[in-house]
Design a protein around this ligand. Sequence first.
Ligand code: HEM
Length: 400
Amino acid sequence: MATAAQTPRFTHPAARGTCPFAPPPAYTQAQQEEPISRISLWDGTTTWLLTRHEDIKAVLADARFSADGSNPGFPFLTAGIRQLNTGQRTFIRMDDPEHARLRRMLTGEFMIKKVEALRPEIQRIADDLLDRMTADGRTGADLVREFALPLPSLVICLLLGVPYEDHEFFQDCSRVLLSRESSVEEVTAAQDRLVDYLIRLTESKRTQPDDGILSRLVERGELNTEEIGAMGRLLLVAGHETTANMTALSVLALLRNPEQLDHLRRNPGAIPGAVEELLRYLTIIQSGLSRVAVQDAEIGGTLIRAGEGVVCMVSTANRDEAEFPGGEDLDVTRDARRHLAFGFGVHQCLGQPLARLELQIALDTVLRRLPELRLTVPFEDVPFRGDMLIYGVHELPIGW
Ligand code: HEM
């Protein structure tokens, strides 16, 4: 049985190995040798590492494990991320009932039916972006800059009522907030700028309402401006960086697996299933999900004591042989719906219906409209985002 006194296996986050799509080998090895083990963090503290699908589901569904970063022992990935927890908190870092009360105010906005009604608009945005990218006889572009990033950014701006003209500003802030390498000062400055911006924007909705989420939250009258601003910040950051990176990384993974790409070109009806498999295979939340035990709990035969932190590596859970045989391979025909790429339990991703729809439209549009799609730099030169909380590629130079 593992104990908290055990020597840490390595310092989290560990570096990737030779395959840029696979979780770092240190985690895969831990899953095989010691699936519940100890690791150390940047500040010298130690925490539990969970790597199996079953154990991670158990923790994420268990109210004895808290997502509230103000609890002692919460495992923060960097000093900057710990700093983020000291300002106006968002409900991703709260427990029920507070978390449920705030989340409930948004659930109607992301219901499958409501999101599905956005399909024509999202398709139009995708088509416009590709029209522009391929205009004037151009034959190459950076897919991240011209398609993968603007698509979800335009959509989340539309939903929230945020002016898209400000995209460079909020994308810059998000980049700093989501970098593992940002200093505490940089994170504080980016956070303050984004908070100020969203507070001012929320204030403006009081006199100039529109049909966006921020305006609707103002009309409900249950939250003050700071609370609405914090919700807006969570949605704005979560709503564009994640889908953007999944889109670009998915295109790259398909280019590296041409038989899978061909299958999708021949069977566009298989795209929704392929999106689930790509979410599983790529698991862009690369540093795992953090929780802290607030009561003693036994997980997979290990006693985790109150006050001990837990890092749930959803990337290794999504390749757990017990759940996904042959999971190290990308197989777009696999039923991958049990993946944990959107988390599990009460904090499971609120925006997942939107993310799914955007990914399905993005892949379908790129594959259909760019039949000669190819990478224009050697694969080894693609800049992967090992430095960020959300994995992906900084750029994806493609030709068609
Ligand atoms: C491929 C895209 C996405 C991935 C992989 C993803 C992943 C995740 C994961 C793993 C969590 C759980 C965090 C935890 O348990 O600690 C989460 C929560 C959340 N996500 Fe996403 N997400 C994506 C897209 C989106 C989008 C498009 C939105 C909004 C428009 C969004 C909004 C949220 C919110 C608000 C939460 C917090 C939910 C809560 O605490 O109750 N996400 N996401």
